[in-house]
Design a protein around this ligand. Structure first.
Ligand SMILES: Cc1cc2nc3c(=O)[nH]c(=O)nc-3n(C[C@H](O)[C@H](O)[C@H](O)COP(=O)(O)OP(=O)(O)OC[C@H]3O[C@@H](n4cnc5c(N)ncnc54)[C@H](O)[C@@H]3O)c2cc1C
Length: 410
């Protein structure tokens, strides 16, 4: 376990709160950022040994860009834009039969998820305590706080605990119950990995589809690398989540007879430096909080990759949750209810988009005419109802918050 950096010390008041956040991807560091600005003392625990690098590309839509702007990060994130261009849709012989306009699949701005995580981590690491290589093991709540034990570190006590630990959230399992109660599979499994840009593509991708399966390759990091993905339709697959070879075998068997670049991609997958495999799924919960524990981002309301809204939800959820905690003077019962009131409609709409996207995922490829029509209407036709972002009046970092003081490490 490595601990990096402890918070600045200062005066303590009744409104100050120690908050343990599980997960240092998008939602966790974004929440830590806003909590610090509001005068809380967040600690982030992340199971991985370090910030996760690379990964697939995620896009931002609408008000998420406003949140990044309020964090002073918009210009930096624009510098990380993948600048993805239109992509070619190819058949089994590699012949292009349509062009998919980038405006349809890359949102308002697209970056590699690892770049986003690193940027959020770097924006917070001087003011927030990060604990890498550990995980919450148990939560015991009483009237005044939560006793937390860890898999590796010594037990600690916090005022509040936030689960920002993704689709398979440990925090959710401990506080709310087993995953099967809340996770709804969307009928698609996806594998993603990094590889050389061996096709020599320039700011573009190639997409291949066959009944019940699809694959693609896109450039990354100014065309010096690429990311490839395999998708397959399946209701339920039995596999060990920690067995990479077993997961790759599932993909290899399904794509064994496919043409185009599939044999090469299967070969690249077997030796890739990274590998992600999971079901596309949503998280549906009647309530996102229980006592002093609250869920944020995918852990509480994953909309699924087919929604293209998960990153935006994580960023906006973090902004709203921290803001409501500040607005309520640290009264978590009031704050958690307000957080849910502000976010519910926004999330429900995205979850509908995610389900519709999953239903269309393996449909026969649309004609160029339809694609061009969709592109002409974008981005308007990909917009959902905007969320009204309250102004929670957070002082800038390194300025003491009015009415809420800064505490030392929890
Ligand atoms: C293939 C794919 C494509 C996607 N494309 C897009 C897109 O184009 N646009 C978009 O907006 N969204 C997209 N998403 C969704 C987006 O990635 C997520 O919605 C977003 O990352 C959610 O952020 P999060 O911080 O809530 O959770 P996550 O990013 O899942 O992070 C959870 C973190 O918690 C950590 N963790 C897990 N368990 C523990 C534990 N026990 N203890 C401590 N830490 C733990 C993990 O290591 C991780 O760092 C895509 C998702 C996938 C899978």
């Amino acid at each position: 376990m490595t601990t990096t950096r402890t918070t600045t010390t200062g005066t303590t008041t009744a409104t100050a709160r120690t908050v343990l956040i599980s997960g240092a991807s998008v939602a966790g560091p974004a929440l830590a950022y806003w909590l610090r600005r509001h005068g809380f003392a967040p600690t982030v625990v992340e199971r991985a040994e370090a910030v996760r690098e690379g990964g697939y590309a995620v896009d931002f839509r609408g008000e998420a860009l406003d949140v990044l702007d309020r964090m002073g990060l918009l210009e930096r994130i624009r510098e990380l834009d993948t600048e993805m261009g239109d992509a070619a849709m190819v058949d089994a012989e590699g012949c292009q039969y349509a062009t998919l306009p980038a405006v349809i699949f890359a949102g308002d701005l697209e970056v590699l998820k690892g770049d986003l995580t690193r940027m959020l981590y770097e924006a917070t690491r001087d003011d927030v305590e990060y604990v890498f290589g550990d995980s919450i093991a148990s939560l015991t709540e009483d009237e005044h706080g939560v006793e937390v034990t860890f898999e590796r570190g010594t037990p600690r006590r916090f005022d509040l605990v936030v689960g920002a630990d993704g689709l398979h959230s440990r925090t959710r399992a401990l506080a709310f119950g087993p995953e099967e109660q809340f996770v709804r599979h969307l009928g698609i499994y996806t594998a993603i990995f990094s590889l050389d840009n061996y096709l020599g593509l320039e700011n573009t991708g190639r997409l291949y589809a066959a009944p019940g399966k699809a694959a693609n390759i896109f450039t990354a990091r100014a065309n010096t690398e690429a990311r490839a993905a395999f998708h397959l339709a399946a209701e339920h697959l039995e596999y060990d989540r920690h067995d990479r070879v077993g997961q790759q075998r599932i993909i290899a068997e399904r794509f064994a007879d496919d043409g185009w670049e599939i044999p090469r991609l299967l070969h690249e997958m077997a030796q890739a430096p990274d590998f992600f495999f999971d079901a596309n799924a949503q998280v549906e919960m009647d309530s996102w909080s229980r006592g002093r524990v609250v869920l944020l981002g995918d852990a509480g309301y994953c909309a699924g990759p087919t929604s293209g809204r998960g990153t935006s939800q994580a960023l906006i959820g973090a902004y709203v949750l921290a803001g409501e905690l500040a607005a309520s003077g640290g009264d978590h019962t009031t704050a958690f209810a307000a957080y849910e009131r502000e976010m519910r409609g926004y999330v429900s709409e995205h979850q509908s988009v995610g389900r519709e996207g999953a239903e269309r995922f393996f449909m026969p490829a649309p004609t160029q005419e339809i694609l061009d029509m969709l592109a002409a209407q974008a981005p308007e036709n990909t917009r959902t109802t905007p969320i009204r972002l309250r102004d929670y009046a957070a002082p800038a970092l390194h300025e003491p918050a009015a009415g809420a003081a800064v505490m030392g490490g929890a």
